[in-house]
Design a protein around this ligand. Structure first.
Ligand SMILES: [Zn+2]
Length: 512
């Protein structure tokens, strides 16, 4: 196979001469020097594509965006070509820019910039001695559909209601888990906890991960509200409220059921158990303080953003948040170590209701805890809310937060600059978290380099990675389904909300 590949690649390199390379420096459009390939043998189609070493975003590139393909080879050729898939015509020839060592694999990485190609269509890239890439599109609305689909995953996972094929397509299903669930601690008691979103195949529904995902999406809505439409294709579409908020309200209605009306405590979640003969039952798992704080945080956040659409419901949510907060305060141990959820809940309650005791806690937390070092998603969310509240704040604390975010941004971009695929993070989850910081910082200071970096991560997830696999959706010639059905980012409950956060920035920037 290897030999065939090399032979074909060699012949290809001869063909390359047909598509004249410009004389100037750097990348040059072949628009005026294009020579038809028709007279040449149709060798382009014989180059094996089973393991391409030219990596592209398989969904594609926005018309006027920076378009770069990554090349891996033991020895990089000087040029590459962009070929129109239907016609086999070469529309562009560019020079490869060497990046250097591709990570110890005795291969070099190179970059090919083809930003000049702007005509909508389907293309692939080929280079002598390397072969060709998977195909990709160039167009204007490429990411809108993916963004909408990422948002819609939560609708597909709605529990306790029938999803018709009109809205859910092949994800349609009958209402599930509609019966009451037993309290784990006292199985003589059963309560109604139907509704909400499934978080895994079994149908588990836990409060803390739900709070994290909702909070992430609500922040995306706060920062890039224009990215979210009212025509996502859910039953609540076109009701005058952005569909994302409608979808989140469906989960909030379930969250409210998870609170014990007598004490304000919040059950930590609902788990499913097998009863045999294909039947299953559900347990309501015990309440704990962190769950109460997560609940308080996310309901206060939702209340604040939803008040313009339904004041009465927003007030109900804020009251529930307050009850959970007070329950946690009343039952906490004085020696307990600082909690990120407690800080984030205090920040949301302070913004939504001006509760002075919350401000005291925020001030203590930001002064005494090394929040910069311990920064995670939850602390990040609390920090962002604190610097954006209209309530009185301590300026020096806001400055500390901004500085911590900026430092983090620099650290991330340094990593990305040194990476072959222009990414920061060792795992997809790390990359998504890092993009959460950059997205926030870009909102604060509009940094063009950061915008490019965020988009580079989208390219990575869409196939411009070492395995040439599209991890986001089942698009492209080679997507995650070919390796692992569960590897799709959209199919993971927590990762999907981070993806939505990242995409809201990209989609929002292209709509400007
Ligand atoms: Zn269900």
């Amino acid at each position: 196979m290897r030999r065939i590949k090399k032979t074909a690649a060699f012949l290809l390199s001869l063909c390359l001469m047909g598509c004249a390379v410009g004389q100037g420096e750097g990348v040059q459009s072949s628009e005026n020097t294009f020579t038809s390939m028709e007279a040449e043998p149709d060798l382009a189609y014989e180059v094996p594509v089973d393991s391409p070493n030219i990596f592209v975003n398989q969904l594609g590139y926005i018309t006027d965006s920076t378009k770069v393909a990554v090349f891996y080879a033991q020895e990089l050729p000087g040029t590459f070509r962009v070929i129109q898939k239907d016609t086999g015509e070469c529309v562009f020839t560019g020079y490869l820019e060497e990046k250097g060592d591709a990570g110890g694999a005795q291969e070099c990485a190179g970059y090919g910039d083809f930003s000049e190609v702007q005509a909508p269509g389907v293309y692939y890239i080929e280079a002598p001695m390397i072969g060709r890439s998977y195909s990709f599109r160039i167009g204007d609305d490429l990411y809108d559909q993916v963004f909408m689909e990422a948002c819609k995953q939560y609708y597909y996972n709605r529990c306790g209601m029938t999803l018709s094929s009109e809205y859910a397509g092949e994800m349609a299903h009958n209402a599930c888990h509609t019966g009451k669930a037993l309290l784990r601690e006292d199985s003589s008691v059963s309560i109604d906890v139907s509704g909400g979103w499934h978080q895994d195949e079994r149908g588990s529904k836990m409060v803390e991960p739900a709070a994290k995902s909702i909070a992430m999406m609500l922040l995306a809505y706060e920062l890039y509200g224009d990215s979210f439409t009212d025509y996502m294709g859910i039953p609540e579409s076109e009701n005058g409220i952005p569909d994302l908020l409608d979808e989140i309200r469906y989960e909030v209605e379930w969250l409210l059921k998870m609170q014990d009306p007598a004490t304000g405590a919040v059950y930590s979640g609902v788990t499913i158990y097998e009863q045999g003969a294909g039947r299953s039952g559900a347990y309501v798992e015990p309440a704990d303080l962190e769950t109460a704080r997560a609940f308080a945080m996310v309901l206060a956040k939702f209340s604040y953003l939803y008040q313009h659409y339904d004041t009465a419901y927003a007030t109900e949510c804020l009251k529930a948040a307050d009850r959970a907060w007070k329950y946690a305060r009343l039952n906490e141990n004085k020696d307990e170590k600082a909690s990120g959820w407690k800080f984030a809940a205090a920040a949301e309650l302070y913004r939504a209701s001006g509760l002075q005791s919350c401000h005291w806690y925020i001030t203590d937390y930001l002064t005494e805890e090394k929040f910069e070092e311990n920064m995670d998603e939850v602390i990040f969310l609390g920090c962002v809310t604190y610097i954006s509240t209209k309530q009185p704040v301590k300026l020096v604390l806001c400055e500390n937060i901004s500085k911590a975010l900026m430092d983090k941004g620099e650290e991330i971009s340094e990593q990305a600059r040194n990476s072959a695929f222009m990414t920061a993070g060792n795992t997809q989850q790390e990359m998504l978290l890092n993009m959460m910081y950059l997205t926030m910082i870009d909102h604060m200071i509009s940094n063009h380099e950061y915008e490019n970096m965020i988009e580079n991560h989208l390219h990575y997830f869409m196939g411009r990675n070492e395995k040439a696999v599209c991890y986001i959706d089942d698009v492209g010639e080679n997507n995650y389904k070919s390796i692992d059905e569960s590897a799709g980012i959209m199919k993971q409950f927590d990762a999907d909300s981070r993806l939505i956060f990242m995409l809201s920035e990209i989609v929002g920037n292209y709509r400007d």
